[in-house]
Design a protein. Structure first.
Length: 275
């Protein structure tokens, strides 16, 4: 009999109980994304890194065998049945891989990972996670356009790339778009969306998992994000600093969930005489 799987999304990590025996675990997509591999097709470079550590590092081998599960999904126009393998890392395995990654953000990711596992082990509930059910549907709604040509063009300009009208969003924008979802919706909601839909494509985009009110209110943020991108052409770090200043915290998540009145952020301008 298949063991039931429990899932909790904490600190941006969708942790599961049931894939790695009696221990909570996070999957390779969750960890790979945190370490900056989300734009890597099928996380192949991250998986190659995991293989190197698994095969050559006695310290990692001493932590036990990495658990894996396999899901079958229909892909392509013909609906071909394709198997997708998912690795599940225990707390110690995940922390070991973060330490071995030598990524600049490894310390920050380690702290978030420790907090996430501490919360699920203690049974504590992170505050904003209580609002996730207000944002997400149980199934996909009918597809409608979220990322208009205007905002795609603005993001391309900011990154110094040409935008081709009437084309699919450029592959390099996957990471920025994911980061915008995470900033506006919050780590917990974004983590739940990714957990339910690891491989979004036309017809099952992430925004199709949002309830109608949340889609409308997320869409209402895009003109501000577009104008900020155009104001930050060639200054990408400034763009993300401004968005983090507006969206970090719970206020936007509360508005999206309908718990507070809706109001789009107002673009701040410097007063005359300020440097």
């Amino acid at each position: 009999m298949t063991e039931s799987i429990q899932t909790r999304t904490v600190k941006g990590f969708a942790l599961t109980l049931g894939h790695a025996g009696k221990e909570w675990s996070c999957d390779h997509r969750q960890l790979g994304e945190k370490l900056g591999y989300e734009a890597d097709r099928n996380y192949k470079h991250f998986l190659a890194f995991v293989d190197r550590v698994s095969n050559n590092d006695p310290g990692f081998q001493a932590l036990g065998t990495v658990s894996a599960s396999t899901d079958t999904k229909l892909t392509g126009r013909g609906g071909t049945a394709t198997e997708f393998r998912t690795l599940h890392f225990t707390r110690r395995q995940a922390l070991y891989l973060i330490a071995k990654s030598n990524k600049p953000e490894a310390a920050t990711i380690t702290l978030a990972m420790v907090d996430a596992f501490d919360m699920v082990l203690s049974g504590a509930r992170p505050g904003v996670a209580d609002f996730v059910p207000f944002l997400l549907r149980e199934d996909f709604c009918e597809w409608d356009e979220m990322w208009s040509p205007r905002i795609l063009s603005a993001l391309c300009q900011m990154y110094g790339h040409a935008y081709t009208p009437n084309a699919s969003p450029p592959a390099f924008l996957r990471s920025p778009m994911s980061k915008i979802y995470r900033l506006v919706l919050g780590d917990e909601a974004y983590g739940a969306m990714k957990m339910a839909n690891n491989e979004p494509r036309h017809g099952n985009n992430l925004h199709q998992m949002l309830v109608e009110k949340a889609r409308e209110r997320f869409r209402a943020q895009l003109p501000f994000i577009e104008s900020t991108a155009l104001d930050c052409v060639g200054r990408i770090n400034l763009f993300w600093e401004r968005l983090a200043h507006v969206y970090m915290g719970y206020q936007m998540q509360l508005r999206l969930s309908g718990m507070e009145p809706d109001s789009a952020p107002v673009k701040r301008t410097r007063k005359q005489g300020q440097s």
